[in-house]
Design a protein around this ligand. Structure first.
Ligand SMILES: Cc1cc2nc3c(=O)[nH]c(=O)nc-3n(C[C@H](O)[C@H](O)[C@H](O)COP(=O)(O)OP(=O)(O)OC[C@H]3O[C@@H](n4cnc5c(N)ncnc54)[C@H](O)[C@@H]3O)c2cc1C
Length: 327
């Protein structure tokens, strides 16, 4: 079994597989390790992916795997549980080692972190069971599917009013549930009134379902409001727990002064704060859609190849005997 690669890609979602695809086509030796838990797994289809509109998330992964394997990329099911970097004197400057949950250890010249994000959901009983189906978060991902329906919007952050207006563009039957009146100022209330959004200043105590289908919300008072869909925001945390050994910097992802999760910052090439460790997709940008994550993976894979080309050139030049003409 091969245990040294040019590049190990951590995560085989749209970002990781796109990085692997361009690296495989550049004749790099690549291993993709994927634990098989894509962020959008609960959803029936991934929307706004041109050419594969509505494709089931796991089907997109299956197709992507087939495509990268056809260029010699190795893909394995598993989870990276540890990673470390060792400085070297050579042109690569650093050597990486990763450990899989099977105990297998693999070394690489570069790492691409494409492990995505995990959604931390509002603490409302019954909500998690409907996440990605009756409970939606993104008007672009699921809005068309709930158009013209009775949509509730859980206002839990300062961006909640804007969220409600986004769903109002899809249906004229929108109700905003506001647990904390401080989140909705007079301007936002005037906007709700102008756009015909019903406001309920009450806490949602439970999401109600029947036979797996969302039927409404139960308020703190016990009243049940019938709905077809509920929009709610999550906090998206980057999946980086396996990278502690690399000392990567993780930052808060803040919108309108409210923390919506975290990000692994990268520069324009996908390079993280640790030389030789690149990242792409939701781990760096929680708002990135599937096609944006795939695009970031492609750009990052190209940058990694360019980085390795420079290292290969430095190694070749260093190997030229002293005094030998170089042309
Ligand atoms: C409910 C829901 C529905 C959505 N619907 C849409 C939609 O319709 N259209 C759209 O454009 N976007 C949608 N999104 C956003 C979409 O999920 C992301 O844009 C996309 O998943 C990001 O791709 P990624 O490759 O960065 O991460 P992911 O797709 O999450 O892939 C990351 C992969 O890395 C693996 N992984 C994690 N940790 C490790 C580890 N330690 N070792 C090995 N593997 C690991 C995971 O198992 C996973 O397979 C939706 C999001 C949610 C929550």
């Amino acid at each position: 079994m091969q245990n040294h690669f040019d590049v190990v890609v951590i995560g085989g979602g749209p970002a990781g597989l796109s990085a692997a695809l361009i690296l495989g086509r550049s004749r790099r030796s690549v291993l993709v390790v994927d634990s098989g838990e894509p962020r959008n797994a609960p959803a029936a289809g991934a929307h706004n992916y041109l050419g594969r509109e509505g494709v089931a998330p796991r089907e997109l992964h299956r197709i992507g795997r087939q495509e990268v394997v056809s260029y010699g990329v190795a893909v394995t099911d598993g989870r990276i549980v540890a990673a470390s970097a060792t400085p070297t004197d050579g042109p690569d400057a650093v050597a990486f080692s990763v450990t899989l949950d099977s105990g297998r250890r693999v070394t690489a010249r570069r790492l691409v972190v494409a492990s995505g994000a995990v959604d931390v959901l509002p603490d409302v009983p019954g909500l998690a069971e409907q996440w990605g189906r009756g409970v939606v978060h993104c008007p672009f991902c699921h809005g068309w599917e709930v158009r013209d329906q009775r949509i509730g919007v859980l206002v839990t952050s300062p961006t909640g009013p804007h969220h409600a207006l986004m769903f109002r563009a899809l249906s004229d039957r929108v109700t905003a549930f506001v647990a904390d009146p401080d989140l909705v100022d007079a301007t936002a209330r005037a906007g709700f009134a102008a756009r015909g959004i019903t406001v309920r200043d009450e806490r949602v105590a439970r999401v109600e379902s029947d036979a797996g289908r969302l039927t409404g919300v139960r308020l703190g008072s016990g009243e049940v409001v019938a709905l077809d869909a509920l929009a709610a925001s999550s906090t998206a945390e980057p999946r980086v727990e396996h990278l502690d050994g690399l000392g990567l910097a993780v930052e808060d992802f803040v919108v309108d002064g409210f923390r919506f999760g975290g990000t692994l910052p990268v520069d324009g090439t996908g390079q993280t704060s640790v030389r030789g460790v690149y990242a792409a997709g939701n781990v760096t940008t929680p708002m990135a859609t599937v096609i944006a994550s795939a695009a970031a993976g492609t750009q990052t894979g190209a940058a990694v190849h360019g980085d390795l080309v420079r290292a290969d050139l430095a190694a070749a030049l260093a190997a030229v005997p002293a005094g030998q003409p170089t042309r």
